[in-house]
Design a binder for this molecule. Structure first.
Ligand code: PLP
Length: 415
């Protein structure tokens, strides 16, 4: 279900344990110069998207207007919306623009700006469980690990749907599992590991017939699929499909907003009431969301990204990353690699029997790539910070890595 833990992650957790053993709260203020030096040092240790060497992350260098907007709204807290009516209005406009983009109905729909895909997925299942009072979730094996958290927190039982050879959820398994115990059905538009898009119209029909909520996780694909050009209309995946009741989409992935920014769209605005609690001492009588205090600078940042780019800007950005993805695929194939599935978006997995060895080798040379376990492969997310030059350099390094760890083994997506 998830990308294998990276060598970098293992190194980082060891380092942070060492550091925390030495540090205590200073007795006296350290002063602005010492603070500046310390923060500068920490910042230098972090990976920098602008260098274009990160191919294992779904985040990128945000749009400059979004960064600026985020700084302007550092104190906004939509957990207490009466104190920031201007930010609340921006949230309504963000939700409205995205409902329009994702074919929401003209009346009665709603949504929330959240911290990301994890919060959106947990919230969607929370609403579905409370509304149906049932205990099972039917979801594909490709679902992001945030659903494991949701299942655990909400004490829901998974009914796993197998994948076909292209990494898409098998419709017949939904037919098998969806029934009177089902609290929610989940489908994915742009899976984390392969970028696959589930057959959402067919899944929607099953959910609609059974009258159960269908949540679509488009955290990654949401800002890609509507802007694809040249290959005919993109597959229907959003609120255009009648059975879809909620949709998660992440501005902080392909939406060019800074972290954290996720959005949960709801076909029926009142779905939120199933998770509402009284919040008597705040400016609104009820709160319906996982968080209390909300870092609402993400609302302004998302608004800025959406309006600064517009449909044209997103289309241009997607065309650019898809062109780089094509170069990566051609370059990889010239090195003897084979894609696990034909890429539909800016994400490529090449079969490899020992991807962690290649990943570690690349990491030691300053390249962030990731690995997946099923099928065993090397995974590259070609985000907007990539350039033709960095893709060429990546391929050169990959060539060296593959002379030590040559590819082999076909593997299979279907589990
Ligand atoms: C399809 C999908 N859903 C959900 C998530 C979780 O998103 P976040 O990390 O923003 O919580 C991810 C993250 O990669 C994802 O790819």
């Amino acid at each position: 279900m998830s990308a294998a833990p990276s060598a970098r992650a293992r190194g980082r957790s060891a380092r942070s344990r060492d550091a925390s053993a030495l540090v205590s709260l200073p007795q006296r203020p350290i002063g602005p110069e010492a603070l500046r030096r310390r923060l500068q040092q920490a910042g230098r240790e972090d990976w920098d998207f602008s260098k274009g060497r990160i191919f294992g992350s779904m985040c990128s260098q945000p749009h400059p207007a979004a960064v600026q907007a985020s700084r302007r709204f550092t104190t906004a807290n939509l957990g207490n919306p009466g104190l920031c009516p201007g930010t609340a209005r921006l949230e309504e406009e963000v939700v409205s623009m995205l409902l329009d983009l994702f074919h929401g109905p003209a009346f009665g729909a709603g949504g929330h700006v959240l911290s990301g895909g994890t919060e959106a997925n947990i919230t969607a299942l929370w609403m579905a469980r409370n509304a149906t009072q049932r205990e099972e979730v039917v979801l594909p094996e490709s679902a992001h690990f945030s659903f494991l958290k949701a299942l655990d927190l909400l004490r829901l039982t998974p009914r796993w749907v197998r994948l076909d050879e292209l990494g898409r959820a098998r419709v017949e398994d939904f037919r098998r599992w969806v029934g009177h115990r089902t609290a929610a059905v989940v489908a994915v538009a742009g899976t984390t590991e392969l970028g696959a898009v589930d057959p959402i119209p067919e899944i929607g029909r099953i959910a609609e017939e059974a009258r159960v909520p269908l949540h679509v996780d488009a955290a990654f694909g949401g800002f890609v699929l509507p802007f694809l050009e040249g290959k005919g209309p993109p597959p229907a995946f959003d609120l255009e499909v009648p059975g879809v009741t909620s949709l998660a989409v992440d501005p902080h992935k392909m939406g060019m907003a800074p972290v954290p920014a996720g959005v949960l769209l709801l076909r029926h605005r009142e779905a939120s009431s199933s998770i509402a609690v009284a919040s008597p001492y705040l400016s609104s009588p009820e709160a319906s969301g996982l968080l209390g205090t909300r870092a609402s600078s993400s609302v302004a940042a998302t608004y800025a990204a959406l309006t600064s780019l517009g449909v044209q800007g997103y289309r241009r950005g997607i065309a650019r990353v898809l062109d780089l993805t094509r170069r990566l695929v051609e370059g990889g194939e010239a090195l003897g690699l084979r894609t696990a599935v034909p890429p539909t978006m800016n994400l490529v997995v090449f079969h490899h029997e020992n991807p962690v060895a290649v990943q570690t080798w690349m990491l030691e040379r300053g390249w962030d790539v990731s690995s997946v376990r099923s099928p065993s492969g090397l995974r590259f997310v070609v985000m907007p910070h990539a350039t033709p030059l960095t893709v060429s350099k990546l391929l050169l390094n990959l060539r060296s890595a593959l002379t030590r760890f040559p590819p082999g083994g076909a593997g299979s997506v279907a589990r």
